[in-house]
Design a protein around this ligand. Structure first.
Ligand code: HEM
Length: 410
């Protein structure tokens, strides 16, 4: 064992909210994969850091979400009285079959490859309008002013949120990132999350009324009609899944764009290559997803005793945290210097969108948004400079990995 790993042994192996981890989780993942690839944390859950186990757990029917049981284990029985946890329990993301398919089936058509391809001109228009407004200013915050606007506008379009309601989402939509982290929320964080959730519920009930009176060609109208039909979904499920779609639709994509641009500026050879050969963009997006994923983890619960997973026995009811960001850097799958950004890397198949029945609904949409956003930015701002490439400010969340801000000028 080398000295670096030996010294690191004194530290907790998995401490995902520590400032060093947030700044750069990848050396910590390497330690986990080397020292204890199916590490059991003091709180109980196991941490799968290798690609083999993380990817298997996502696809294996012996694992499921078991949301309520998992949440009660973590927080105690009273947690299900908290509105935000009750609401999350209705997300399709937290459901097991058959409810999962019932809910996913109601929206899946809006995300087919064909439907998403048809959105290209609208995506290009939003990016161009954003840059038209910003370019004369000479500087911007790449996150707030650029990366954030596109996915929020697109998900507002898809949900049929009227233009005049949107301004509130451009400023105030990013408060609840901690909810997905495996480290329990403090009472103050739960209170804030409840308040955010109640405000969102209030707004969306208003939108449902509007779309009942005034149907449109959008996902909200579709789901409101399914609810009126009676047997397809309840009002609580309707509200919760609209909130999920709204959050999942932008929280993740803003960070794919932000983390991707930062990765390019930290690797000037790759930036120069992409500027010279814009055709590499499709592969570059896969490499950005692999290199610094905007979703770092998801979890499953063992629905039965698992005798052997990577050498460990997982008792029924215990959770496995699948470290997608670590799996994406596993040398068993990426033998050629996985810690290096290489936009020409062959066979990049990041685990960033998950796998199995919960595979990300918005994967193709996110790829196209990022492709158009980054390509247009590089083309229209050939002199773009980032103020702080070395030590930018990260958001203090683990599962959703992204920058708080990224000041830039030209
Ligand atoms: C870079 C961008 C994105 C990343 C990295 C990402 C990642 C993920 C991951 C890892 C999962 C699976 C979680 C699990 O297995 O437990 C997931 C599910 C999901 N994603 Fe995404 N996502 C992205 C963008 C989007 C977008 C743009 C939308 C919608 C407009 C979206 C909607 C969803 C939904 C609804 C689910 C739940 C699917 C289900 O449970 O069947 N995502 N996403």
């Amino acid at each position: 064992m080398n000295e670096h790993l030996q010294a690191a042994k004194a530290e907790p192996l998995f401490n995902p909210l520590s400032p060093d981890f947030i700044r750069n989780p990848y050396p910590f993942y390497e330690r986990l994969r080397t020292l204890d690839p199916m590490h059991q944390t003091p709180l109980g859950p196991y941490v799968a850091s290798r690609h083999a186990e993380a990817s298997l757990v996502l696809r294996d029917k012996r694992f499921g979400k078991d949301y309520e049981d998992r949440t009660v284990r973590r927080y105690g029985p009273k947690i299900m009285e908290e509105p935000v946890f009750r609401s999350m329990g209705h997300w399709m993301l937290q459901q097991d079959p058959p409810d999962h398919m019932r809910l996913r089936g109601l929206v899946v058509k809006a995300f087919t490859a064909r439907r998403v391809e048809d959105m290209r001109p609208r995506i290009q228009q939003i990016v161009d309008e954003t840059l038209d407004r910003i370019i004369p200013q000479g500087r911007m915050d790449l996150i707030e002013d650029f990366a954030f606007r596109l996915p929020v506008t697109i998900i507002c379009d898809m949900l049929g949120i009227p233009e005049e309601h949107r301004e509130r989402f451009y400023t105030n939509a990013r408060a609840d990132g901690r909810l997905l982290d495996p480290v329990p929320l403090s009472p103050a964080e739960i209170k804030a999350a409840n308040e955010g959730n109640l405000a969102a519920q209030g707004y969306f009930q208003e939108l449902f009324e509007l779309r009942r009176r005034n149907p449109g060609d959008d996902l909200t109208t579709q789901l409101v009609q399914a609810e009126e039909d009676g047997s397809k979904l309840t009002n609580e499920e309707l509200t919760a899944n609209i909130i999920l779609l709204f959050g999942a639709g932008h929280e993740t994509t803003v960070n794919l764009i932000g983390n991707g641009i930062l990765a390019l500026y930290r690797n000037p050879d790759q930036l120069a290559l992409l500027r010279a050969k814009p055709d590499l963009m499709t592969n570059a997006i896969e490499e950005f997803l692999r290199y610094d994923s905007s979703v770092q983890m998801t979890g499953r619960t063992a629905l039965e005793d698992i005798e052997d997973l990577g050498g460990k026995r997982i008792p029924k009811g215990e959770s496995v945290l699948c470290l997608l960001g670590s799996a994406n850097h596993d040398p068993a799958v990426y033998p050629d210097r996985p810690a290096r950004l290489d936009i020409t890397r062959p066979n990049v198949k990041p685990l960033s969108f998950g796998g199995g029945i919960h595979f990300c609904l918005g994967a193709q949409l996110a790829r196209i948004e990022a492709e158009i956003a980054i390509a247009t930015l590089l083309r229209r701002l050939p002199n773009l400079r980032l103020d702080n490439v070395e030590n930018p400010e990260w958001r203090p969340t683990f599962v959703l990995r992204g920058l708080k801000s990224l000041p830039a000028s030209w």
